[in-house]
Design a binder for this molecule. Structure first.
Ligand SMILES: Cc1cc2nc3c(=O)[nH]c(=O)nc-3n(C[C@H](O)[C@H](O)[C@H](O)COP(=O)(O)OP(=O)(O)OC[C@H]3O[C@@H](n4cnc5c(N)ncnc54)[C@H](O)[C@@H]3O)c2cc1C
Length: 404
């Protein structure tokens, strides 16, 4: 008999999980508090499907940069110095995970590569147009130190199975002629790609409904409780017992896990994006087609279709806070003006989202302590890149129990 499974959260992790479970014949209910799928962090991110960005942050270079940037309001990383238990315990665990930097970077690279096949196959099978562009990702470095550090990262990525090549400024111009500025060099990963996470997640949520998933939008989960090897889910005034529950609730996962006896130390790491509308021919011609990561500013860009340029980045440790700050959006606009002076920025949509980040930067995928409890959450800065692989992993585990 197939199992009843509740998936909590309709972002990229929840929708891919619901889809992978439904494909295995499970009776799936997807519960999402917003009226539609992908309205929180999976709404307007950087767009990169980037195995080349698999390096985890648990490195002394990140810590040194964070200290250096603390006094700058427009810095790529911003830390609200007000102490709090959640933040302190998260940073302690972040530092404790530094010895695992190499192993976790290699593991993340493998996951990112594995995710590609599933994501692309699902998009094709379900006919989802998500402005997918397979033109690679170019990392650019303005200084020698950054470029040399990238060479060391490349060796780890290679151990995970990813090939990326060093390119000279001359070669960079051939790969992306629209880019202006002085650069020391770059690294180009032709197997990486980009696409619109919101379009993909919405399309896959429709596919879930076609497969028979009960999609309960506008429904907030208010309580979870263990019950004789199963899980009771209270949501939207109802209370139902499921054989299993998979928590994919982004930054809300930590509080939910605590009610089920698990410690899933997700911290909300805020980031910002702008979507520049390329409404005129001149802007469309002057905007990049190849996706970029600028090491100096830690900003990424993705061309979504012909008429949108997404620029995203910055990391802010400031708790659950969705405010869009003008002083954090300004550096993104300045970057566009500097690197692509021919692009008009008259029409720009700003956005902020909270990355659900675990201290060791690896997502929590698999069983919790109690029977019937599973997680697929905490994908941090790489949820779009990794979700298809982790959804498959957790769905396999849930299905394996059904066959016991
Ligand atoms: C600025 C920025 C740029 C980024 N760029 C990239 C990139 O280029 N490439 C990449 O791979 N990743 C990127 N990311 C990361 C990626 O967007 C996230 O990792 C991913 O979207 C997280 O998906 P999720 O499903 O875990 O969370 P979410 O999308 O937030 O989904 C969680 C869902 O759970 C729901 N929920 C929570 N509590 C409840 C409840 N009680 N009841 C019902 N529903 C509930 C929420 O409403 C939400 O819809 C970026 C993130 C940011 C912020």
């Amino acid at each position: 008999m197939s199992r009843t499974v509740a998936v909590i959260g309709g972002g990229i992790t929840g929708v891919t999980t619901a889809y992978a479970l439904a494909k295995r014949g499970m009776h799936v209910t997807l519960i999402e508090r917003h009226r539609y799928a992908a309205m929180e962090t999976s709404y307007a991110n950087g767009g990169q499907l980037s195995a080349s960005h698999a390096e985890v942050w648990n490195h002394k270079a990140t810590v040194l940069n964070a200290l250096k940037w603390m006094a700058r309001r427009d810095a790529p990383l911003l830390l609200n110095p007000t102490p709090g238990w959640h933040k302190l315990s998260w940073f302690a665990a972040f530092l404790a995970a530094m010895p695992d930097y190499e192993r976790n970077t290699i593991a993340t690279t493998r996951m990112a590569i594995a995710a590609r096949d599933h994501l692309f196959a699902w998009a094709q099978e379900e006919n989802i147009d998500f402005d997918h562009r397979r033109a690679g990702i170019l990392h650019v470095y303005r200084e020698r130190a950054g470029f040399e550090r990238a060479a060391r990262v490349s060796r780890l990525l290679a151990q995970g199975g990813l090939q990326r090549r060093a390119v000279t400024p001359h070669e960079m111009r051939a790969i992306e002629p629209a880019l202006h500025g002085d650069f020391y060099g770059g690294y180009y990963t032709d197997s990486d790609s980009t696409g619109d996470i919101h379009k993909f997640t919405s399309g896959l949520a429709d596919a879930c409904a076609r497969l028979g998933v009960a999609c309960r939008y506008d429904t907030q989960v208010t309580a979870l409780a263990r019950e004789h090897g199963k899980v009771r889910v209270s949501a939207g005034g109802d209370s139902t017992v499921f054989d299993a529950v998979v928590i994919c609730a982004g930054t809300a996962s930590r509080a939910m896990a605590a009610t089920l006896g698990d410690h899933v130390n997700v911290y909300p790491v805020k980031g910002y994006s702008i979507t520049v509308q390329l409404d005129d021919d001149a802007s469309r011609a002057a905007a990049p087609k190849v996706s970029l990561l600028d090491d100096a500013t830690k900003l990424v860009s993705s061309r979504l279709g012909e008429d949108r340029l997404r620029v995203a980045g910055t990391a802010e440790f400031n708790g659950i806070n969705h405010d869009i700050r003008a002083d954090r959006i300004r550096p993104l606009l300045q970057w566009v003006a500097q690197c692509f002076p021919g692009v008009h920025t008259r029409k720009v949509i700003p956005w902020a989202g909270l990355r659900p980040m675990l201290p060791d930067m690896l997502p929590k995928v698999g069983r919790g302590k109690a029977p019937g409890v599973y997680y697929n959450t905490g994908h941090g800065h790489l949820g779009w890149t990794l979700a298809a692989a982790t959804a498959e992993l957790v769905a396999q585990q849930v299905a394996a129990v059904a066959q016991d």
